[in-house]
Design a protein around this ligand. Structure first.
Ligand code: FE2
Length: 124
């Protein structure tokens, strides 16, 4: 059943230290180094979520977008049943700023968009 209140903006946990069951199934989990070197590729692994989200006909993760701060970097479209909401992208930071963040937004067809952010440091 669609929960309409979840379709207003990007959902984030009310208390990040105490996730609800729905938050555990929908919050993107971002795995990447805390510090990356400017100009060098690094891998960002993303899964939805801490409890793996189902990928069934009628209820699935439709896409995952990756941003560096506010800047769009990649989008992965997913298909129910034959894919898992567990993807990787390779990014390269320019090094213009000493700190940045990896921001991931995913969309569940029944439970809306969910956003997670991980801060990173950029060394020269
Ligand atoms: Fe869902």
């Amino acid at each position: 059943m669609t929960e309409k209140h979840l379709f207003c903006g990007n959902n984030k946990p009310a208390d990040p230290a105490n996730l609800t069951e729905a938050e555990k199934k929908h919050m993107p989990v971002i795995d990447c180094p805390d510090t990356v070197k400017a100009g060098e590729p690094f891998r960002v692994n993303i899964k939805v979520g801490e409890i793996p989200h189902v990928m069934q006909e009628g209820h699935s993760i439709q896409w995952i977008e990756v941003y560096s701060g506010e800047n769009f970097k990649a989008r992965i479209d997913l298909t129910p049943v034959t894919t898992a909401a567990d993807v990787s992208v390779t990014l390269i930071k320019s090094g213009k700023h000493p700190t940045s963040s990896i921001r991931v937004i995913e969309r569940c067809n029944l439970h809306g968009q969910w956003e997670a952010v991980k801060p990173i440091n950029i060394s020269q």
